[in-house]
Ligand binder design. Structure first.
Ligand code: SF4
Length: 323
């Protein structure tokens, strides 16, 4: 294996099991990028081109922040109105941390309409469960494991619930559209990724994986077993091998799909453009990110916008089938 490392963050390097040399890292979003389009993966992970924020992705970040804060309130006070009241302060916090997001709105009226749409998503959440009846064990939980071969898997789980029986439920909020029946397996890939990491680090297979689509007011749930998680592990290892081969060959090809409509590179011309749409691929970078490279965690907000949810199956021919 070569030592191309993807997605480490400075603050989490200390969490890794240093007994195993880390040869690379994958998160669900980065794995999804490669499965969706190898060129997209290259631009985001190897060239590290900045990705323009979108109002949908930022709304996802905002709604997630509110739902995390909601559980700071005591049970009995977690109401739609209380959640709505958290929108303004969480937006202020987000805008202070990332001032560029304020440029997404032409004027106050546009911002106000966007906040109303975020309120609609929060209202959708309350139709799916009653937060007064549960106490999350963990929120925005960073999970990480280094597999024996040195591939590090990492991600941030929106919520982990633990029942008195010890049963674990992994919950992820989605602000994009729910997948059609044919794409449910792809949507659950991210959850199986988290389940695998939890199993490998805590020795417990989560009883239930639950995706909550706030806009469509739908829940997609699945109960994984050991075979599922072993298959997920094999798939990720095969995916990593494919990424390594592509890196060594410097060959990350575009893979057009309907997701191109959400891709920053579709109209990027010569600055990291896509040849499928008349653009020019950047020259291979002189420095490929190594194990010590850093990346901001908030980029995982991409997982919360619509396009990545319904990402197609892996293009990696040797990847075992997940379903
Ligand atoms: S526009 Fe489509 S094919 Fe081109 S890089 Fe983006 S996702 Fe890939």
């Amino acid at each position: 294996m070569s030592t191309v490392a993807l997605e480490p963050t400075a603050e989490t390097d200390a969490v890794a099991d240093l007994a195993v040399p880390v040869v690379g890292s994958l998160s669900p979003s980065r794995a999804g990028d490669f499965m969706t389009c190898p060129l997209l993966f290259r631009y985001r992970t190897i060239d590290r081109l900045p990705q323009a924020p979108s109002s949908a992705a930022v709304r996802g970040t905002l709604v997630h922040a509110v739902l995390e804060r909601l559980f700071d309130l005591p049970a009995g006070q977690r109401s739609p109105e209380a959640a709505a009241a958290l929108l303004a302060p969480e937006w202020a916090r987000l805008a202070e941390a990332e001032p560029e997001v304020t440029g997404l709105f032409a004027d106050e009226a546009e911002l106000a309409a966007w906040l109303v749409s975020a309120r609609g998503l929060l209202d959708g959440y309350f139709t799916l469960e009653n937060p007064n009846w549960l106490e999350p064990a963990e929120r925005e939980a960073f999970v990480e494991v280094v597999l024996p071969g040195g591939l590090r898997l990492r991600g941030i789980v929106d919520r982990i619930d633990v029942a008195p029986s010890g049963d674990v439920r992994v919950v992820d909020y989605k602000t994009g559209r729910a997948p059609g029946e044919m794409f449910e397996g792809k949507a659950l890939f991210q959850m199986k990724f988290y389940a695998l990491v939890l199993w490998r680090t805590r020795g417990v297979i989560p009883k239930r994986l639950q995706l909550m689509y706030l806009g469509d007011r739908e829940v997609l749930a699945y109960s994984p077993d050991e075979d599922d998680l072993l298959a997920t592990e094999r798939k990720l290892l095969a995916l990593w091998e494919a990424i390594e081969r592509a890196t060594q060959a410097r060959d990350f090809r575009p893979k057009p799909s309907r997701l191109c409509d959400w891709c920053d590179h579709k109209a990027a011309g010569s600055e990291g453009g896509c040849p499928e749409f008349g653009g020019t691929v950047l020259p291979w970078p002189t420095v490929v990110p190594g194990p010590g490279a850093s990346e901001q965690r908030h980029l995982d907000a991409r997982d919360r916008s619509a396009p990545s949810v319904a990402a197609p199956l892996p293009a990696v021919s040797e990847a075992p089938s997940q379903e």
